[in-house]
Ligand binder design. Structure first.
Ligand code: GDP
Ligand code: MG
Length: 163
């Protein structure tokens, strides 16, 4: 089995924050790739001795949250082709959005491990609110807070197991 992990989701959910946390100790390896993949950042990470490549998708329009659903779909489809496992990040602060539902619809058809991470779960109220993401039809989710790392260990344990 390969070891490429793609992080997908709509803008502002915390993909890059999570990515930066993962590749923290190997920052020198981060690179931008030109051409069709110019919006994607690649990094190396390891968890419990398992080394893997992480792709941070997005960066669509610099300085703007105004992104077309089609662009996100394109990133998700690239990720589906390229990656061995996908981490789909959503944001408990906004709750489920139509774009989340759109991405979930693409990911439900994928025959690869898909892990749903509900980010910005910074307190107990948000932990309760996270249950609404069951409606995406992707099963169990991982509540995380990328800014402080809470919950990310359980997510990475599951990722390694799934790969
Ligand atoms: P991206 O567009 O999906 O890559 O999202 P970013 O990583 O750029 O993060 C968007 C915003 O969400 C930034 O202001 C982050 O600081 C914030 N953010 C990311 N993770 C968390 C979190 O765990 N908790 C909170 N409260 N904010 C977060
Ligand atoms: Mg980003």
């Amino acid at each position: 089995m390969g070891n490429i992990v793609a992080i997908v989701g709509r803008p502002n959910v915390g993909k890059s924050t999570f990515f930066n946390r993962l590749i923290q100790r190997r920052e020198a390896i981060i690179d931008s790739v030109s051409g069709v993949t110019r919006d994607r950042h690649y990094g190396k990470s390891d968890w419990n001795g398992q080394i893997f490549t992480v792709i941070d998708t997005g960066g669509y329009i610099v300085g703007s949250d105004d992104v077309f659903e089609a662009e996100i779909d394109k990133q998700v489809e690239l990720a589906i082709d390229e990656a061995d496992a996908i981490i789909f990040i959503v944001d408990v602060e906004t709750g489920v959005t139509p774009m989340d539902e759109d991405v979930a619809q693409l990911l439900r058809k994928v025959n690869k491990p898909v892990l749903l991470a509900v980010n910005k779960v910074d307190n107990n109220k948000r932990l309760e609110n996270a249950v609404e993401f069951y409606s995406l039809g992707l099963g169990e989710y991982f509540p995380i807070a990328s800014t402080n790392g809470s919950g990310t260990g359980d997510l990475l344990d599951a990722l390694i197991e799934a790969m």
